[in-house]
Design a protein around this ligand. Sequence first.
Ligand SMILES: Nc1ncnc2c1ncn2[C@@H]1O[C@H](COP(=O)(O)OP(=O)(O)OP(=O)(O)O)[C@@H](O)[C@H]1O
Ligand SMILES: [Mg+2]
Length: 245
Amino acid sequence: MAPHTEQLIRSSAVQLRGLTRSFEDRTVLDGIDLDIPAGQFVALLGHSGSGKSTLLRAVAHLDHEVVGSGQLTAPERVSVVFQDSRLLPWRRVLDNVLLGLDGKEAEHKGREALAEVGLKGRERAWPNELSGGEAQRAALARSLVREPELLLADEPFGALDALTRIKMHTLLRELWERHRPSVLLVTHDVDEAIVLADRVLVLDHGRIGLDLTIDRPHPRSYRDPLLGEYRERLLAALGVTEDHK
Ligand SMILES: Nc1ncnc2c1ncn2[C@@H]1O[C@H](COP(=O)(O)OP(=O)(O)OP(=O)(O)O)[C@@H](O)[C@H]1O
Ligand SMILES: [Mg+2]
């Protein structure tokens, strides 16, 4: 397989230039240009199979086996959260959060991060004793403790029930406000994107088909009628009309 011809330049923001990724004869990302300023909260929408995870994996440098080209700039400290919490079942919650970090100071930060996500007192629990939402909270704590400049999240709430998902939205936004990493949140949920992000991208045919700034104050309500206009534009970009939602 051809090696990537991309450069890695350390900086605090994401910059993609002509990013291309292909699987066999299929080009999934077709020359993507994108800048994410430091501290911006961005959501990425797109049909299933449009390449959202491929893009996220590229930015996270998790795709060394994939054929590709282009330039990619990403910060040094990047954390990734997936749909499944990926906690190691044989390690207690605090040990999962600390994974790879040693020392008293790290432990203190780990405990603080667990408290921040509402898991104070659960440090010594085993992952299988946590609910799905709690496991995702622990995954967020594991990211936080690394003080990421960029948080990449691939449908992190996709497996949660609607009520838990709304609570997680509030938590994620609060954490972002406190720590201000750049965020790239992959989701298939238009409402999740509109409520959380300041900018929403739609991936379509390997390119950014729509780049929409959501200019509404936070916290946002799903019922805010002004969000309806953004929803319509995003659904149109996804090829969905309100009648067929
Ligand atoms: N390792 C791989 N080998 C071959 N094809 C792949 C591989 N990973 C992804 N693809 C293909 O690339 C395309 C984009 O996949 P990707 O996982 O990025 O889509 P996605 O937008 O994240 O979809 P979903 O919303 O279903 O998660 C799909 O057609 C998929 O089959
Ligand atoms: Mg995906």
